[in-house]
Design a protein around this ligand. Sequence first.
Ligand code: MN
Length: 278
Amino acid sequence: MPDLLHKYRKMRDFGETPEPAGGKPKRGKLPIFVIQKHQASHLHYDFRLEMEGVLKSWAIPKGPSYDPSVKRLAMMTEDHPYDYAKFEGVIPAGQYGGGNVIIWDQGGWEFIEPGDDPVKAVKSGKLTFRLYGKKMFGEWALVKIGGRSRSDKGNEWLLLKHRDEYANEKVDVTEVAPLSVVSNRSVEDVSPKNVWNSNRSDPLKGGAAPTVASRLKAEKKPAKKKAATKAPAKKKSAQPSGPARARKAPSPKASARTRSSPARATPAAKPTRRRPPR
Ligand code: MN
């Protein structure tokens, strides 16, 4: 079995980014899809379909359109791990794709054609499918194009809406429904605290987004001693409250998200992740 996530992992430093490093699909349900609105150097919508245990991914600069006459450019990107579908938060500046991410829509999907193998369909450069989301419904198609221009890297596809009862030429879904279906936040307002945690099923429960490295570290070292003397039984990811928690001078706790590898264990982490995205 080839490592489908090799490229994904190579592009990221999981000591620095709160993005997931892996995750396995759940059984017995429709495969999942997610569309993440991503304010990186350019705003785009990352459309991901579960297949082969990972998320096949396309970056769509303008997002989907319900108008069947509108074709939206979709650049195929590297496979993402299954758990990425739960990611909402902030990718630190300087990291690949640095910027804010919200879960713009999510749900299940169903392969329609051609054939009976969606993986083969992707390889063939065309697939049609049905979406069962909160914003995305009905039949859609992804069709590979390209080979025409020098700039084409073989990853250019189009996303288009099939004519069905959901097709609509008048409503711009990205405009009328801009917010996260998970937190109801806009991509500008997403909080680094309001994010994904692999140990929790409900991303709304809050808490700082731990990096993979910080989570592994936390598993090695059980509860810190001094936590017992202060706030009673707060989770390690909980942010202390009060004026002491200024952004410029993060307490060791507040900076837990960036303090990930042993080499950078000093609390005086440089605030690189506060820079605007590239
Ligand atoms: Mn993206």
